[in-house]
Design a protein around this ligand. Sequence first.
Ligand code: GLV
Ligand code: MN
Ligand code: MN
Length: 427
Amino acid sequence: MGERPSLGEEIVGRIEALAAISETPGQLTRIFLTPEHRAGADLILAWMREAGMRAHLDAIGNVCGRYEGVAQGLPCLMLGSHYDTVRDAGKWDGPLGLITAISCVSDLNRRGKRLPYAIEVVGFADEEGVRFASTLLGSRAVAGTFDESVLDGRDAAGVTMRNALRQFGLDPDHIGDAARTRRELLAYLELHIEQGPVLEAQDLPVGVVTAIAGATRMAARLAGMAGHAGTVPMMLRRDALTGAAECIGAIEEFCRTDGNGLVGTVGYIDARPGATNVIAGQVSFTIDIRAPADGHRKRAVSDIVRQIEAIAKRRNLALQLDVTHENRTVPCAPWLQAQIAAAITAEGVSVFELPSGAGHDGMAMIDIADVGMVFVRCRGGVSHHPDEHVELADADAAARVLLHVIENFRGREEVSSSGGLQGTGFS
Ligand code: GLV
Ligand code: MN
Ligand code: MN
């Protein structure tokens, strides 16, 4: 595939270097606004500068690099992904897209190549939403849709986002400064590991993403009555933990029997006071519901909420249920899909299209730019797990595809005026 030197080695080396920055020895955990997150940002800033970009940290902690085009100040093709992780994460979810984009710019810079548009690379600060109840905080700040009320939200240790931003060295009163406008962006492109098994089954290194599935996240709190494990008869208990267990079982059963791609996850639970010999009086848990079709997801969420309310009522538990995140399904722009497909073909690989079940920063960026995504095969489809793995050859193939898209990029208007959008639903 092509005659250029391998970018894969540099990319894999940097994936390892970034993965070494973790708050948990022997595991990878790099959570929004922690000291390790800051150290990761500093390393990425250095790579961006080395690649010939001007680079800075924006008001929410996104790492932003800019490689000017043939003239200063041109609109940009924005490339990005996130540099925060889940707990005990894989190395590739987020960093692969970010590091690959930097390597592509570095390649352009080595060749002294300037394009008729600028290239910007953004390492989004929070995509995973692990620390605070909200998610996509980095890309929402860039899209100008950051909800300032989340600044008063607290992490599990009681630290507000406002204070965490200050500790990171940022000013929470200036989040608005991170916002960009539609005029400044020609498109937003993200390369990401697939996080599923489809490309591996197709024996393909890369694929074209058609859409990013919508999601609803909720925080549930059940309050009953704490009490003595030895003295309160079973019939007289208001046990918040067994109530939560019944809710969790109901969510799983509902999604398992759906048959239309609905998935539901309870990935976090906290029981208080949390002792072997005390009945749990208060339990908090999260709910994450996704489906390929928005209408189906919304109906499912309503049904699940009704079931949880019924369980709480029957068990005499007080229920508080808040929606913490809601994103509609985001279609990838057909004119960008076409350019990604052309790049894949040019690299000698068959074009395969697939939707994304995982969330991505494009879900926020859609508010200011058309979105395109390239997926990269990952071993066994494993993700959000330390065994997450991408082969060097696949990282290399993906980088070549991205570089091809970057160098041959044509803006929507250019494509449209040459008739290239005919038959795509765009005009
Ligand atoms: C992000 O990784 C998500 O899909 O939750
Ligand atoms: Mn993730
Ligand atoms: Mn990701």
